[in-house]
Design a binder for this molecule. Structure first.
Ligand code: ZN
Length: 289
């Protein structure tokens, strides 16, 4: 076994394979499956398991600009209340395995690993985001893959799955979680209806009900909590919010005008803790393409 990060929860990302990946004997973190597919570990420690057919574009996911803007917002403390709430709400035992799907630059998972001694795994489709995560938080394992498709992890590998302001894949979240009786839970964080309301304008939809309905075939809601605070943002911070949330084609993300000066801004999240339903209640265990 190579020194460094554990890979034993990874599964082969080649279409239809999903065999467990193990370390190759020559070391250097290279992993391979029983069918002979193999993957190198990047110098900064992550695995790029993104398959050609799972790319949406040449450089999918968040850009370097968006990743850096988000990092500056984290560093200035605007997301600290969410991080504090996560530690308590997720109720994770030290040493438990946690997968953060759509982890971005790894801010939340990395901090939880350091604070709680978790075995942390993060996956995101953005190469710049995963590069930043693996440099900043070497104690966790970071993977580039398309989390909208089959997750490159073994079935029932995790005690917690986290989805923080990210896209969701309910059937795959259920597949990679251990059974509910073992205490396994899914934690979903959504932007609340009043999140960034001063910048986005009114008429934002409440996503909680829609999310609970979408997850109902695979999960039942166990608990929910609201976390919010207001902060005075200068022009630079507002510009970073704009860069961090902009997504081409998303009308909600393009409301913020540049150069609007400083103002008080609300940050707010809905936290949903879900219990997985028993796997046999669900036909098939693989996400459809
Ligand atoms: Zn394979």
């Amino acid at each position: 076994m190579s020194p460094g990060l554990p890979a034993q929860r990874l599964a082969c990302p080649v279409r239809g394979c999903l065999q467990p990946l193990g370390y190759a004997p020559e070391g250097r973190g290279r992993v391979f499956c029983g069918r002979g597919h193999s993957f190198d570990r990047a110098r900064s420690g992550y695995y790029n398991l993104l398959q050609p057919q799972d790319r949406r574009s040449k450089s999918p996911g968040d850009s370097k600009t968006a990743t850096e803007a988000r990092r500056r917002l984290h560093r200035r403390g605007f997301t600290q209340p969410l991080l504090d709430a996560l530690s308590a709400f997720a109720a994770i035992e030290p040493g438990a395995s946690a997968l953060d799907v759509g982890c971005g630059d790894g801010f939340y998972l990395g901090a939880l690993v350091e604070a709680l001694g978790l075995e942390g795994h993060g996956v995101d489709i953005s190469l710049p985001a995963i590069e930043a995560a693996s440099k900043r938080y070497p104690a966790a394992q970071w993977v580039v893959a398309n989390a909208d498709r089959t997750l490159p992890y073994q079935t029932q590998a995790f005690d917690r799955v986290l989805s923080i302001n990210a896209r969701m894949n309910p059937s795959e979240f259920q597949r990679v979680l251990r059974p509910a009786a073992s205490g396994a839970r899914l934690l979903v964080v959504l932007p609340a209806a009043d999140d960034l309301c001063e910048l986005r304008g009114s008429g934002r939809i409440d996503r909680v009900e829609r999310t609970v309905t979408e997850f109902a075939p695979h999960f039942e809601l166990a608990e929910r909590r609201y976390v919010g605070h207001s902060a005075c943002l200068d022009a630079e911070a507002i510009d970073d919010v704009r860069l961090a949330i902009y997504r081409p084609g998303d009308p909600e993300s393009s409301v913020i005008e540049p150069n609007i000066g400083s103002r008080s801004v609300r940050f707010a999240w809905d936290l949903l803790l879900f219990r997985p339903l028993a796997m046999e209640e669900v036909p098939g265990t693989f996400a459809s393409e």
